[in-house]
Every structure is written in C-alpha cells, then in structure tokens.
Ligand binder design. Structure first.
Ligand code: SAH
Length: 228
C-alpha cells in the first residue's frame, strides 16, 4: 500500500507530517506533498486547500504523479444530524456532491454521465478507519455531503437535511475525492471530526475546535490506522 492522506487545512493534519520518517518534500501545482514512512506505511501527506476543485486536483496528482494506491481524507465537518455531536467522528459509507444539480437533464445530485449520485467508499479501508477511531471518540457511519459552501446558516442545513434525510455530515472536499477515486479505480475512505453544527454558530465554533481537538483526533486515528 502507498497511502495518500489529504486534509484541507494545516490544523487538520498537524503532527502527521512531523511523524513522517525520512520525509521528502515536493512542491507541485501550489501544493506541498511530503512522502515518507508513517508507522511503517509508505505515505504521502498533502494539504488540498478548501473546496471540491482543489480536492479533486490534489487526489488526481497523488495518484498520477506520486503513485498512491489508496487515499484517506481526514478533517472536520459540520453535523448533518441531531444524533451527531461536536467531537464525534463520522466515517463515510457514501459521499454525495450536494451542490450538483443538472436537472431537468439529470436528477438532482446525479453526476452527469456516471449515472450515480453518490459514491461508496472502500469497505476494508472504511472499517479499518472506524476501528481506529473507536478508542478515540464516538463513531457514526453513513452519508457525508460535500459542496463549495461553508454551511453556516440554520436554514441551509435544514434545506439540505430535507433533501437528504440520511445526511450525517457536511464538508467541502470528500465527495470530490470520491469521484476522482471512483473514476481512477482507487480505494478510498473519508473520516471527519464534527467541528460545528452547520448552523448560525458554525463559524464561531470552528477554528478554536480544530486547533484544540480535531487535530489531535486526526493524529491519533491515523496512528491507530497505520499500526493496525
Ligand atoms: N474559517 C476557515 C474556513 C474553513 S472552510 C478559514 O478561514 O480557513 C471549512 C473547512 O472545514 C472545509 O475544508 C470543510 O471541509 C470543513 N467544514 C467544517 N465545517 C463545515 C461546514 N459547516 N460546512 C462546510 N464545510 C465545513
């Protein structure tokens, strides 16, 4: 396995780059890719920056230029369900791009010409991540939706939830990586720590939480994952 690890923000990957043994940095297309050994696993860590295009490009480069065979996305997300609380973790079983709407040509959410509106994660990687997260915090499994919007208004999250009753979390990159991995045939998984409730308080809670809690969770979970 050569594992690509993608996060959007530096705080979400804090510690992991320092933990890489024999690190080697490569700058390409405005991203810094650091290769090395992460607890015996051959790994490449990279910050995608925020949003679907940034994440899709990063995933593509990881595969095509750095030869990764598997991808894990870590980071934070807003809650998409009452049962999912700040500090819990959501491991995606499926991901969907909530801002895709080519209706009436295609049903809302369907990615044109794939016939799919959601992409399933790799089962083995997903279970390994869920097991790695279990000692760290409460874990949920299900649907994560991504779009090029920070969901920070109660009316926004309520409208999304009405359209997607199974929704557990909202973020801005996962489903873009999912589409790239589906098209390239790369097994992938996505794990997100809930940083906010995607409502009117979301922006306030957010930066403090990721610095103090989410970065530590991501580090502990990836360490358990690599050592498994
Ligand atoms: N305030 C930050 C911007 C973060 S954007 C800054 O100035 O840098 C939000 C990031 O966290 C995205 O990468 C997204 O994947 C995730 N995220 C967390 N909560 C979210 C929410 N409520 N809606 C959308 N994305 C969210």
């Amino acid at each position: 396995m050569r594992l690509g690890i993608i996060s959007a923000l530096a705080e979400e990957q804090q510690g992991l780059i320092e933990a890489l043994q024999s690190p080697s940095r490569h700058v390409h297309g405005m991203r810094e890719y650091t290769t090395g050994k992460l607890w015996e696993i051959d790994a490449v860590c990279v910050l995608s920056r925020i949003g679907k295009v940034a994440a899709a490009m990063t995933a593509t480069i990881l595969v095509e230029k750095f030869g990764v065979t598997h991808i894990v996305v870590t980071g934070v997300a807003g809650s998409g369900d009452k049962s999912v609380r700040v500090g819990d973790v959501v491991v995606a079983d499926t991901l969907l791009q909530h801002d895709v709407d080519a209706s009436p040509l295609f049903p809302r959410f369907e990615i044109p010409l794939t016939g799919l509106s959601s992409f399933a994660t790799d089962l083995a990687l997903t279970e390994r991540l869920a097991i790695a997260a279990a000692p760290v915090t409460r874990v949920h499994r299900g649907l994560i939706a991504s779009g090029d919007q920070f969901i920070g208004k109660l009316t926004q999250i309520q409208a999304l939830k009405a359209a997607l009753p199974d929704l557990l979390a909202v973020e801005m990159e996962g489903a873009a990586v999912a589409q790239v991995c589906f098209e390239l045939g790369i097994p992938f998984a996505v794990i997100r720590t809930i940083s906010d409730n995607a409502n009117d308080d979301a922006a306030v809670d957010f930066m403090h939480f990721i610095k103090t809690v989410a970065s530590r969770y991501a580090f502990d979970i990836i360490q358990n994952f690599c050592r498994a």
